[in-house]
Design a binder for this molecule. Sequence first.
Ligand code: ZN
Length: 360
Amino acid sequence: MVESLGSRASACRSSTVAVLSVLLLAGCVQSAEEADANGNSNRKAEEDVSMRELTPEEEAVIVHKGTERPFSGEYYDHHEAGAYVCRRCGTPLYESDDKFDSGCGWPSFDDELPGAVKRLPDADGRRTEILCATCGAHLGHVFEGERMTVNNVRHCVNSISLEFVPAEEGVEDAAREGGVESGVEGTDDGADRARDERGDATGRAYFAGGCFWGVEHLLQEVDGVSEVRSGYMGGQTEEPTYHDVTSGRTGHAETVEVVYDPARVTFKELARLFFEIHDPTQVDGQGPDRGSQYRSAVFYVDDPQKLAAEELIGILKEKGYDVATEVTAAGPFWEAEDYHQDYYERSGGSPYCHTRQKRF
Ligand SMILES: [Zn+2]
């Protein structure tokens, strides 16, 4: 979504190889006309979005643009740390850090996740309606100039349009302390970690290929892969949040960490798959997601990984692909917020931008 550093878009929320064999050849959808003036793009064409079935109460607000009674909703007086996602499609919309008590009886936020919320003149001719930019769900209205917070903006959102995903900070904090060097990822894979510390049995690979939701989803079920996590790598700041990374200013790329058993699957096999589930020729973007945070990259952890990646790129170039993938030494891996992990498993959808295309 941002052209500042190089370019890239908003994070993807994502999730394999049983699936891969079924996937058809289909590149990412190029839809530049969906990008707004800030370079933000709708994450998916609305018809591609996997949407939950709604209860009549949800439908009255989300589809028919009704308004829940003030002080009646689940979240107007809700203060846990986490993210608020679209009730219908699961896209992250707001973070708890941006929530404030406005006294109006509806959840109020003075900022949104970049590109997540669309504004339209309301049918009443006075107000500005806000909708989920991904699926068009009615959220509520946005008001400016009330001076309630420094940002001077109030997103007044129906609770019923939202679903809260807790941050589970303990896990996240632990994860954030771990870089590549420490090998500690804050998860409960004690066995893997123990094996890792001995330096055998577990391999790690880091790939960036656009919205991490899709890359994670497709690598997850490869035989021999025990874990895939979404996160950020390749930037200049510590502990970046999704919000930071989507700004395009930290230099990070949405990256997946693949933990695998080298006896069952090799780095090269994983890298080949990586080159076939994203478009390695697209510069600073993937499908509709534009910006350096969506760039294509292999972050290698040792020389054999570097050589394997370069060899595969050489093969692709011989076949006429103008490969844009950068091959760079891995830096710290910052695990993404919980609401980005296993996105497609949780939402029941399928990647909008990642399908397998045979290239080798
Ligand atoms: Zn939505």
